[in-house]
Design a protein. Sequence first.
Length: 367
Amino acid sequence: MTNDAIPTPSAFDDAALDKAFAAVSRQAQDEAAQLATPDAIEAYRLRWVGRKQGRLNDVSAWLKAAPPSAKKSVGERFKVLKDLVDGLLEQASGAGPNPAALAAEAIDITLPGTRRLTGAEHPITRTLNEIVSVFAALGYSVGVGPEVETDFYNFESMNFPPGHPARDTQDTLVVANQERRPLRDRLLLRTHTSPVQMRTMEQQPPPVRIVIPGKVHRNDAQDATHSPIFHQVEGLCVDTNITFSDLKGTLDHAMKALFGSSVKTRFFPSFFPFTEPSADVQISCIFCGGKGCRKCKQSGWIELLGCGMVDPAVFQFAREKQPAYDPKKISGFAFGMGVERIAMMKYGISEIGQFYAGDMRFLGQFA
Ligand SMILES: [Zn+2]
């Protein structure tokens, strides 16, 4: 390494500049070729690109010395030289494509890669979306509401008065320490998605056509067909002149869309506080086609959902905020179904707990 200062070229024509820059470049390359230790590399860096005494500073001084007509050619050559020195430094310090480093980091592309599982809808989500899309095609929109509900929306406005025995059919998980509040304001985990019926009617006058998918909670012990948490899709249709035959036609269409066009439906009288009259809907057994088998207990029919015409008492609650829900002028129907039950039928699953166990061997079948 020589410590000689770099002389300013005596002339600034192209030939003289080429010669001067070539000499400096050669010197930079020769010195870089001998770098072996980190200390030597650091010394090289200071010697060439150091802020104060770096040799490139000497060369950049040529710019000042050059006559105006030659400044551009000096500048261009300086840029090339600077890139060269930067490249040499990078290569020496290992950041550049050093053949030894490249060989050490080489990847064996014949090895199998890390396999990432493709995501897929959970069978509950898929069934829920299928049900919703059947009704979406009929012009229904989707309503949602909170899972922690007040007694008013979950029970009272759905025509379950305080102390009514129908409340006992939905074993309820209540939020603790609510005793000081009035009953209607006490919080609980919703036992059905029906409260969203009232929340929707309070916010918009008729006509209403909504389906309400969601999670519900009951204090039920887990067994093969029951779970304390499950999913429902509820529906509500309110307009002028809605009749029971509209309800039958809608649900018959929906069951055929979900289970195939050969499925038949039949309606049995039932009771729900928020509908009058109320009915249970049965579909012809999808396993035996109605002949009778173990799954339908030899009856040929499977009970699948509840429904009915909206009770005028429910409209009276809605009228408190939306006067247009006058039971003398409008009518409507509502229905509700359990998503797990439908998914179990569709996919031939006998144990409800498998939906929630998170076992990939089970869930992978639906991917
Ligand atoms: Zn059957």
